[in-house]
Design a protein around this ligand. Sequence first.
Ligand code: ARG
Length: 544
Amino acid sequence: MLSLPALLNERFESVTGVDPELRPATKPQFGHFQSNVALRLAKAEGRPPREVAQRIVDEVDVADLCEPLEIAGPGFINIRLRNEVLAQVVTGILTDPSGVIEQADHPQRVVIDYSAPNVAKPMHVGNLRSTIIGDCFARVLRAQGHTVIAQNHIGDWGTQFGMLVEQIICEGINADDLDLASSVALYRRAQEHFRSDEQFADAARRRVVALQGGDEQTLAIWRSLIEVSKVGFNTAYARLGVLLTDDDLAGESLYNDMLAGVAADLAASGIAVVDDGALVVFVPGDDAPLIVRKTDGGFGYAATDLAAVRYRFDELHAQRIIYVVGSPQAHHFSQVFAVARMAGWVPVDGVLEHVGFGSVLGPDGKMFKTRDGKTVTLDTLLDLAEEVAAPEIAMAAVKYADLSTSLHKDYVFDAERMTATTGNTGPYLQYAHARVSGILRKAEAEGWLPTAVTVLDEPAEQTLALLLSRFGEVVAEVSVSLQPHKLCTYLFDTATALSSFYEQCPVLKSEGEVRTSRLAICAATRTVLGKGLDLLGIVAPDRM
Ligand code: ARG
């Protein structure tokens, strides 16, 4: 079913011929929506705006949805939905909770590339934000009936493994005994060793060749290193409560065998050329070339991503690929996408999107580092939030802070503000959900069952009902724009409207039909808040 605003839009447009640009009314006395379409048309037609408005009002057929339309001021059209229409929509949320999220007309196969931490390195804030944001996209798109294929492009390949394996052999340790923290420490020792010892550096380089050549002993140690990191990543995912599993792992090493083919095909078609011994592509309008194969014959990050694009369209049959990776990699992806298009690997209707995001800043407004200058891991962030709130609340606070500001912006990590149960925070929404659950629990204990919304006389009831009717539309918007903060803002507005509703419309203390109807509004609000929080990956508690 079309949402109410979409339905109204359609009816108006069939008369005006242009988008009526319905806006939520700025004051309750202006109704629910306003349009200035008459003013725009009047200009074009050279007629008085109020006359044009009158003509539209006479012709548009919305009597089944709205109170008689009103013309205001210079020619604005004020639209007020009929109470029973709004009541019906909200009742619909109760009778068919699964219907609140509109199903996509054309379900797609969507690859989402997110999280992507690196083996033997701690998960950095970028991986963390990517994990939280990507998880939200996966939830939103799945809820709309799309097939989401999560691809966790972990950094499990590259020359650093020569050094790591060599260090393990050198120290005579058993790689299986490591954990993520001790392999990170091993990484540091290996780097130091590489810098200070020429002989070790040579051995490490030979080890890279052995790894690429498929030497069994080398591969076995490499595999152990990955296992160890996987355990560490999974611990982080469990703590975060994200949907990623081992089935979603598709790391850089997966593409190793495809790299030579990628280079050969790009060279054969003349897209890639040899420049200073390296195989590169000059992307029109871009000064820096994309390096497919380095002078030493090795392949890097870009070649791997090119192979991945081709694999995802050809083998995974993706129709849309979303990369959730920090903004500093914007240029990398613009090059990879351009080359993939030049090579004809992107189907005509195939979509490639890079969703970048900003950094997490410390209280001083600089890149967030721990007191001893280390990178901030998930554990550090959560520990800071857990100093001031319970674990479930701390998690909601961290995730919501990540999702509620426009993604490209940096934001300051302020544990006190993020965990507050007032203001635009995750815990505030959790609290709103818990409070409405409590009211319903009381009513249900007295034998009340949700039935229908029948009374919507108070402005606070109407405001809340109107918001509830928009949920499906907001979710649909997020799946296109990939801007989770719009869902956050919507949920915050809904929670705020719920609290004004409590203030102005007693629920448990009212009687008869008003009581039943208000309880039904509460139940519908609970559904919307619960589903909305779930789409953000945030637990919606019944008690708090
Ligand atoms: N491992 C990379 C990093 O930590 C992110 C990889 C993102 N995905 C990709 N297909 N390049 O920065």
